[in-house]
Design a binder for this molecule. Sequence first.
Ligand code: CP
Length: 269
Amino acid sequence: MTLINLFFEDSTRTRTSFELAGKRLGADVINMSVSQSSVNKGETLLDTAATLNAMRCDLLVVRHALSGAPHLLAQKVDAAVINAGDGLHEHPTQALLDALTIRRHKGGLAGLVVAICGDIAHSRVARSNIHLLAAFGCDVRLIGPPTLIPAGIERLGARVFHDMREGLAGADVVMMLRLQRERMTANLVPSVREYFHFYGLDAAKLAHAKPDALVMHPGPMNRGVEIDSAIADDPERSVIREQVEMGVAVRMAVLDTLARARQGGRNSA
Ligand code: CP
């Protein structure tokens, strides 16, 4: 099997864990450096993908700033395309690894109160988690300032709060998100100091959640902006490093499932 990582946006966790996952499964793994590719000479996304497809790669892991880019590629190439994060839309393997981490600690998902806090508007992690966690029977709450919560997002199956104390009351899981300034087209937050005062997770705000509430963050973290270092590094509460560890396991499972399906398809052809 040949796996190509095609990342048009920066990544530490997702790209590295897909690479490790592929290697642990015995695949040939190629990390395409988009900044050194012919994309810089004007080649389109579709032509780039068609070129890689012509080299008979089996699995194409794609991260792109445009929502829907991996879906488009999946219709155009023979390789199995895996969404590693597309614009504001989805980050499905992140939601899978988050769910696995929660399940390891709580024994299941149904009935849990999960609070997702911060920049919901620009978060593909939030959208994928709303879909997955609501499907598994969680009570999903979204907490953030009105400027960072899109109108109508309740329709995805979540409740909206603008006050951390109310939203965190009785929560089993507190998932923090960073401010995605690189996607903001306006100044949506008055100041970091004020944002942390109202929405940064510290011991006082966390005290409103259940005493055994898990603290999660997909990374990268901005310490002192959306989360206090003492909480992020508290081994009794924080499972942030475990999320990263589960990322490799989940991505191995995704790659293995797709590789077997392709093998089965070829064998039966
Ligand atoms: N959680 C996540 O997607 O992190 P990276 O951007 O580092 O891949």
